[in-house]
Every structure is written in C-alpha cells, then in structure tokens.
Design a protein around this ligand. Structure first.
Ligand code: GLA
Ligand code: ZN
Length: 683
C-alpha cells in the first residue's frame, strides 16, 4: 500500500541532493519546493563516502542538518541508505568489494552499482550503515519510508560469487547426481564429481558472444546462475532491511526497481519489499501501451497493490542517445498515466540539477538557471497544486481487471538463453503484442506471475510460455475447466523449470488443454513470412511458424503458403466449461487487436470506454468510488463520448452519459463516475 496508512494524500517530490550544494542554496530550495507543492524528498542516495570516511569513523553532521531543515519545512522523507556506490577507501582496503566482469576482468574503483553482492566486506559495511542510519534518525516521524541502496542490478563473476554459487547449488539440488541431471551434463561430457568443480558460467567458461549478445552453451547452468545472482542481491537488500527494522519496525522499506529489468526476478523481490517503487524513463519512441505495461507489471508483482513512482524526469534524461524534451503537458500526462495504473506517489529525479559529472544535463525541477519561472518549474508546480487538491481520492484504488497477462521471469531468462530456433524470438515483444491489443481496447488488465492465483480472471493470456514450471499446467487446466479463456502462442510448453525439454511432443503438458500437438517449428529469417486468413482478412505469419496436428481442437485459420499450407495456425479447444486458444505464429498488431476484440466479446469482458486511437481510458476503484482517467496521448485535440454520468474532479464539470468531453493535446481528465448527481464534493 505504498507509503502506508498514515499518508492521506498523493505524495509529490523527488531525489534531493543538497550535499552537492553549499548550505546557502538550501533555503532557496525550500522556498522553491514549497512553491512547487512538493511534500516528500528522497535523501541520502549516494553519500556513503561522506557518512563513513574511513573504517570506524562515521560522520552524520551534514545529514543531521539536512534532516532538521526538511523537517522544519514540513517535508516527508524517503530515506535512502547510500549503499548503491561504495567509498574509494573501501575499494582500496577491501578489494573483495569490487566486481568481476564476465570476461574475468576485475573492476577498479569507479562508477556506481559497483559492489559484489557476495563480498563479505560489502555485506558487513552496507548493513552496518543502514542500521546506524535507522538508529540515528529513528525519532524523525517524517520518515515516510526507507529506500535501500539504489537500482540494484548488474552481475559479478568473482571468486566469492563462485563459492557462493556452489553452496547455492548444493542447497538447491542436494546431490551431485541431481545436479548432473538438471544440468543434463552427460551432454559434452560435463559430468561433475564434486561441487567445487562447478565454475560460474561466463565468457571464460560456457558463454560466448554472438550476434552482439552473450550466449550460453549450457542453458541450465546459466539460468541457475541468473537465479542465484538475483537472489544474492536480494539477500543484500534483506540484510539492510533487517537492520532498519530493528530500529524502525513500523516504517515501510522499499528499493527503486526498474520495470522490466531482466537481470533481477522482481516477482521474488516484491515479496521481500514492504511496497514497490520504481523509476520510469520511457524513451521518446515508447508507445503509451509500453509505458502502461511497465506500470501494470510493477503493480502486479505485489498483489496488484499501489506503488510509488520513485523517479521520472520532469523534462529530459541525459543518458539516451537523443534526450528530447518532454513536450508541454507530457510530464503531467505521464504522471497521471502512472496514477491511473496504480501509482500513489509521484516523484522526480531530481529536484536540483547538479553541476558536474554525467548527470549535469539530466532534467530537474530546478535547473541550472535556478529560477521559478521556467516552463518545467511552472508545469511541476501546477501538477503539485492539482495533486494536492485531489487529496486521497484515488489512493489505494485498485484496477478492476478481468483479464490477466502472464509474465514469468524464469521463462524470460530461459527463452532468450535458447540456442535456436530463432534469435528473433523476444519475450517482451510477444507480451507487448497482446498487451498492446488489450490496452488499445481499454480493457483493464493485470500482469501476473506464474505463482499468482488465476481465479478472479475471465481471460488469461500467456504469450510465448516456453517454460512450464511444475504445477503451472494444473493451474491453467483448472482455470479453463471452470470457464476461463486461455490463450498461448508458438513455442510454448516446451521446457520444465530446469530448461529441460518435456518429452512427448510440444507443447508438453499443455497439449490436452490446447487439443493440439506441435511437431516442428519453422524459423523464418527476417523479411520472410507466411500468412493466414482470420475472419476474412489476410495477416502475416512471422518469426516462427508452428507446424501442428489437431487433437480435439478446431482450426480457426490455416497457413496459406509453403509445404505446410492448409495446416492449422490458430486453434481453439473446448475444455471443461472454458476454452484454450493457440496462436502458432507471430503476426502484426492489427491481427492481435481483431483477435482480442473477439476474445473479449466471447468472455463478456467490459471495456472501460470506447475512445479514439491514442486516448486511453483507465480506471481505479476505491471503496464505492470509481475514478476514470482519460489520457490523450496524441498531440492534437480529441473528443470522447461518455458512456455514463461523470464529474470532473478538478473543476466540477458534469458530463451526463452521451455527452462529448473534449481533451486538448496531451490533456488529462480525472473523472468520478456518478451514481447520483448530488453530494459529491468538488476537490
Ligand atoms: C536512475 C537513478 C538515478 C539517476 C537517474 C537518471 O533512475 O536511480 O540515481 O541516475 O537514473 O535518469
Ligand atoms: Zn562477486
């Protein structure tokens, strides 16, 4: 539930680094923040070197002053622990803290996110610092949350990691015989006789570079290493978490995640975090659906609870090849899009723009001019004022989704480790195909994991479900049996949780549910395609064409070309009270839209509203309130016909059903559904 019970408004603010500035500036910052309606600052993100200048010396003077200052000014604090970058002296005295890259290169001091997660020195000093901070600031009741480290990520291949990996394998598999089985080491005579013969899969062992990517010759061990590395970092998070809780047990603890970030299994991480927070930096070319999908994923990893938008830029980033300005209104639009998908706080990186190093051209609420009459400042302040007026109107509101998209981290890893059938197979692309269709139809969707319950949904879409872990097939079976509609695609049901193929024909344990048997997969090189007709229209079949036999299912479409012409490509199987669809190839967005439209008709799943292309309608439900966000992602004016009585929460305008609401380019309307036309307070 994001910042917790005591917070009754949408907190607004961002990363504030006063330690980079002389104290004379701080008072001015306070004035400007007040003017921008800022209510929370994330402090102390990268101050380890200042807080601990050597082994046993800790120095909190500057932070003490900053904490007093922000408290006096009525600001809440999201308190970071500073362990995202270690001090130089620590790297010199304890070189085990430095990471080793996949090619064996030991890093020297520099950069950030630079500590080996299995370094005893790192674990010791990071946890100690978190504990010291919590002990020192425990009486500050304006601390709304703790923010461990910063954007955990990357990987390490050092000797400490290798030893820890061997211990992890022993713990997971118990016997060498089982280890050899799950890694299928009889292939190429890789049989292990002792745990310490296992080396990390990296560029010195099983990995190689091809097509610009690090590939692997042994999929099982690489998958297991990824699981291990994600867990190693999660253990670091937990060590700090435990230290903080010793002193401040009631204050929630988080760390800032990064959306679909492949190295870490956030579906596991979220279980250890009190609430999810994440940093959203859409590229200018990202579609509204792609941004929404990230929010839905972040909401989904913690039981669909609301999250904190920990960072976004008020204007530009510095790290993209072309750092295009957010257009007037775009920051507001993206902020409300986050809110529409579950954000309960809106925060920026950063409050004041730094003067040195690589982020000096990153956007900030207060830029180098230091003025409050810039476009960015004005837009920030205007949004702050609006959010203040909205109060708690959608706080903790839920998304009323009857559709779920399955996204499984292990499947992502395993699928893209695969050697063959095609390097063009990309899990994110496959999920995006279906999500975009759902999004553009304004059908609310949750993104869920394989361990979540499927019970509350009518439609479950599992694109490219290559890996079916033990028990997943049974969950799908009972979902369909009791009336659900299940959709999966080409190259699904292939492998088990160790990435070992399930023998007996594809799609493995899903065959009976889908009523098909896939015999071969034809990987078409870029530019080549087959095609099929669906509901009278021709669509392309790309990347992979599954060649299949019907075993109870009916064919909805067949391939039009090649030696497998007239064989099924899209199938439907009645199973129990429900049915299961198999889409045996990758097509285009037009197909996915038309296909999903039909599925929703069949399922009786409601659209939030019918809107012009580029206008999103998303809903959050809180108690008996239904808040509708109408978001015009287009640069030009659009109008929407209301399907119910609504009232604009910002200006009180009422829209009876059938009325036309006009939205300027990039404008947003925040509307409350009216069940009676009186007694609704205007905020
Ligand atoms: C990340 C980090 C911040 C900052 C921003 C810049 O999200 O957490 O410290 O570097 O990127 O975009
Ligand atoms: Zn290491």
């Amino acid at each position: 539930m994001a910042y917790g019970k005591n917070i009754n408004k949408i907190l607004y603010g961002g990363d504030y680094n006063p330690e980079q500035w002389p104290p004379e500036i701080w008072q001015e910052d306070m004035r400007l923040m007040k003017k921008a309606h800022i209510s929370i600052v994330t402090l102390n993100t990268f101050s380890w070197a200042a807080l601990q200048p050597s082994e046993d010396v800790y120095c909190f003077d500057t932070l003490d002053r900053i904490m007093e200052l922000v408290k006096e000014n009525g600001l809440k604090v999201c308190m970071a622990t500073s362990t995202g970058a270690h001090p130089a002296w620590m790297a010199k005295r304890h070189p085990d803290i430095l990471r080793t890259e996949s090619d064996g290169k030991k890093r020297r001091f520099g950069g950030r996110h630079n500590s080996c997660p299995n370094s005893p020195s790192y674990r010791h000093y990071a946890a100690k610092l978190a504990g010291k901070l919590a002990e020192r600031y425990r009486d500050f009741d304006n601390i709304a949350a703790w923010h461990v480290s910063n954007e955990f990520g990357g990987e390490c291949y050092c000797e400490n990691c290798e030893k820890a990996f061997q211990a992890w394998l022993k713990e997971r598999f118990g016997t060498i015989a089982e280890l050899n089985r799950v890694f299928d080491t009889s292939f190429w005579g890789h049989t292990f006789y002792d745990w310490d013969e296992v080396v990390l899969p990296d560029l010195r062992s099983e990995h190689f570079i091809a097509d610009g990517r690090e590939r692997t010759m042994f999929q099982g061990i690489t998958l297991e290493y990824r699981r291990f590395m994600s867990q190693s970092m999660l253990d670091c998070f937990r060590l700090e978490y435990q230290e903080i809780k010793k002193f401040m047990p009631d204050v929630p603890v988080t760390t800032n995640l990064m959306g679909f970030y492949k190295p870490l299994n956030y579906q596991k991480w979220a279980k250890e975090m009190d609430f999810v927070s994440w940093d959203s930096y859409p590229a200018p070319s990202d579609t509204p659906a792609q941004t929404a999908m990230q929010h839905d994923f972040m909401r989904g990893i913690k039981n669909q609870e609301s999250f904190v938008l920990m960072e976004q830029t008020p204007s530009v980033t510095n790290w993209q090849p072309y750092n295009k300005l957010k257009r007037p209104g775009q920051m507001r639009l993206l902020s409300y899009q986050a809110a529409a998908h579950g954000a309960d706080a809106i925060q920026f990186f950063q409050i004041r723009r730094s003067v040195g190093a690589c982020e000096k051209f990153h956007g900030a609420v207060i830029d180098h001019a230091g003025r409050d009459d810039t476009r960015v400042f004005r837009e920030t302040a205007a949004l702050g004022e609006e959010l203040e007026r909205l109060g708690d109107v959608f706080l903790e509101g839920r998304t009323p989704a009857e559709t779920a998209v399955l996204f499984d981290w292990d499947n992502w890893q395993a699928l893209e480790n695969s050697a063959g059938p095609s390097i063009l197979m990309n899990y994110m692309d496959a999920v995006t195909d279906y999500y975009t269709a759902v999004f553009e139809l304004n059908v609310p969707a949750d993104i869920i994991g394989a361990d979540d319950t499927f019970d509350s949904y009518k439609v479950l879409i599992a694109p490219l479900l290559y890996m079916t872990k033990a028990g997943l097939d049974d969950k799908i079976r009972s979902f369909v049996n009791r009336g659900g509609i299940f959709i999966t695609t080409y190259f699904s049901g292939i492998a088990d949780e160790h990435d070992l193929v399930i023998p007996g024909g594809y799609p493995g344990n899903l065959k009976d549910i889908l009523g098909i048997w896939v015999e071969e997969n034809d990987a078409l090189p870029e530019g080549e395609e087959n095609c099929f007709i669906y509901k009278g229209k021709m669509y392309p079949a790309r990347i992979l064409c599954d060649l299949m036999h019907l075993q109870g299912a009916q064919a909805l479409s067949v391939y039009e070309e090649d030696f497998y012409q007239n064989t099924p490509v899209i199938t439907k199987n009645q199973y129990g009270k429900g049915c299961a669809y198999y889409v045996g190839t990758r097509s285009n967005q037009e197909f996915y839209s038309s296909f999903m439209e039909d599925i929703f008709k069949e399922a009786g799943a409601a659209k939030t509203m019918v809107t012009p292309k580029g206008v999103e309608a998303a809903v959050r439900v809180k108690d008996d309130r239904e808040i509708l966000f109408l978001l015009n992602h287009n640069a030009g004016k659009e109008s929407v016909v209301m399907n119910h009585d609504y009232m604009d929460l910002l200006n009180g305008t009422e829209y009876p059903a059938g009325a036309l609401a006009e939205l300027n380019g990039r404008d947003v309307l925040i509307l409350q559904k009216l069940f009676r036309l009186t007694n609704i307070p205007i905020v």
